[in-house]
Design a protein around this ligand. Structure first.
Ligand SMILES: O=C(Cc1ccccc1)Nn1cnc2ccccc21
Length: 296
């Protein structure tokens, strides 16, 4: 399952899909499930920022995730998924971890998995410890002191959009001075890269010899052996740093690589995606709402 702080639908690949869309996936079969019952009349349909999407019907069923049991969870069973999901055989569904506002169930919204289980947790929080080029973990209901160093810095969250939205006060490229700029950003595990305004990107990639904003590549590329500066974001009164190596996202041609930080131009907000999230231990506290950041 793809744990996704950028959406609020808990949905799964199901036996209701045509085999052309479900090939290679493990399927939820409600009719074979002991505790399932159809939520008659309820449907869902979601579109994500990259144009992918899915839709279907809704059952309630007993769900166990990470050892946490939801005795009656709204399970959104897909009857249709876009090709991006079909080809992503690493995932058989999404666990939406954002706020109510983004849930697409109709005519009545349904709770996310976390909303269903949060009252049963020791603390109403979850935490992400994702890692660069290594398996990561999520903690539900507690904060694991073995996963971070120093103090956790908390910052307020605006959840009116349904996203985990924070405002960074500025940024610094490498060891350079902090540039004050209000960066309204969603913190989104469902988005792979960091998306920031063009002025920040120009300040960053101007420090990378041979970099260019390529229309062919659809963004900033650079020689794969380039030295990439760190990028720090000022959240609250502290700097949170993404190591430069994380910005070397993927090969584009034999010797050029595609940047892990690209333009948010045209987006409704900036996005601190997985490239950022992997550099921190993050506590997600929806009842406040606030988020906490600490170095891993
Ligand atoms: O859709 C978004 C956020 C977004 C990014 C850019 C513009 C508007 C909105 N993230 N996301 C959350 N879950 C996802 C699943 C697939 C793709 C993107 C996903």
């Amino acid at each position: 399952m793809d744990f996704d702080t950028g959406s609020s639908d808990f949905w799964v690949f199901s036996t209701l899909l045509p085999s052309s869309e479900s090939a290679g996936h493990t399927l939820y079969n409600a009719s074979a499930s002991k505790h399932s019952s159809l939520e008659s009349g309820e449907t869902w349909s979601i579109n994500y920022g990259d144009g992918s999407g899915a839709s279907g019907v809704i059952y309630s069923d007993r769900v166990v995730l990470a050892g946490v049991t939801a005795t009656s969870q709204a399970v959104e069973a897909a009857t249709s998924v876009s090709s991006a999901f079909t080809s992503d055989t690493q995932n058989d569904g999404l666990v939406g971890l954002a706020f109510d506002g983004l849930n697409t169930a109709s005519p009545s919204k349904v709770p996310t998995f976390f909303q269903t289980v949060q009252k049963s947790l020791f603390e109403p929080v979850f935490a992400s410890a994702l890692r660069h080029n290594a398996a990561g973990t999520y903690d539900f209901g507690w904060i694991d002191p073995s996963k971070y160093t120093g103090k956790i810095t908390y910052t307020p969250v605006s959840n009116s959009s349904g996203y985990w939205e924070i405002t960074a006060n500025g940024y610094a490229v490498g060891s350079g001075a902090t540039v004050s700029e209000s960066l309204t950003s969603i913190v989104d595990t469902g988005t792979t890269l960091i998306y920031m305004p063009d002025d920040l990107l120009n300040a960053y990639y101007s420090q990378v010899n041979g970099s260019s904003d390529s229309s062919d590549a659809g963004g900033w590329i650079f020689p794969c052996d380039a030295t990439l500066p760190d990028i720090s974001f000022e959240i609250g009164s502290k700097e949170f740093t993404v190591p430069g190596s994380y910005i070397n996202y993927s090969p584009y041609t034999d010797d050029t690589c595609y940047g892990g930080m690209q333009s948010s131009d045209g987006f409704p907000f900036n996005v601190l995606g997985d490239v950022f999230i992997k550099s921190q231990y993050i506590v997600w506290a929806p009842t406040v709402p606030q988020m906490g950041f600490a170095a891993p």
